[in-house]
Design a protein around this ligand. Sequence first.
Ligand code: HEC
Length: 137
Amino acid sequence: MKLPALLIFSLLLFGCKTEKKAEGAFETDVPERGELSLDSKIFLGNRLFSEKTCITCHDVYSVKKGPSVKKIMAVYKAKDGDIVAFLKGNAKPIVDTTASQIAIMQENIDGFLKKITDEELDAIATYMMHVDELNPD
Ligand code: HEC
C-alpha cells in the first residue's frame, strides 16, 4: 500500500515542478503583481478606485457622500496616516469624525472591502497618495 502512495506523491511533486517551469517560460516580460512599478501601481489603483465603487462617494476634488480624495490625502499626509490600515479596519478615522459619516465608511470596511486583496488595497492607497500629481489644483 505504501509504495503507490509514494509514487503518486512524487508524481505530483514532479508535476508541480514542471508546471512551474512551463509557467516561467511565459513570465519573461510580464512582471508579477508584487513587482509592479510605481506607475503601474498608480494606474491599477486609479482603475480599482472606480471599479470598487469608491468613486461614487469620493470625488477627487469635491465632497460627495464622503470627503474628496484631495481632502483625505491632505489630512493623511499632515497626520502621517496609514490608509491601508484604515481600510482594513485597523486604524481609526482621522478625516471626518462625525459619527454618522464614520458609520457609512465603516459599513464598507465591514462589507465589500473585506473582499479586496492586500495587493489591491496597496494599489488603491498608492493611487490616493499620488492623486495630486495626476490631478493638479
Ligand atoms: C457609500 C459611500 C462610500 C463608499 C462607497 C466609500 N467611502 Fe470612503 N468614506 C465615506 C465617508 C462618508 C467617509 C467619511 C467618514 C470617515 O472619514 O471615516 C469616508 C472616508 C474615507 C477615508 C478617510 C478615513 C478617515 O481617516 O477619516 C478613506 C481613506 C476612504 N474613505 C477610502 C475609501 C475607499 C478606498 C473606498 C473604496 C474601496 C471608499 N472609501 C468607498 C463613504 C464612502
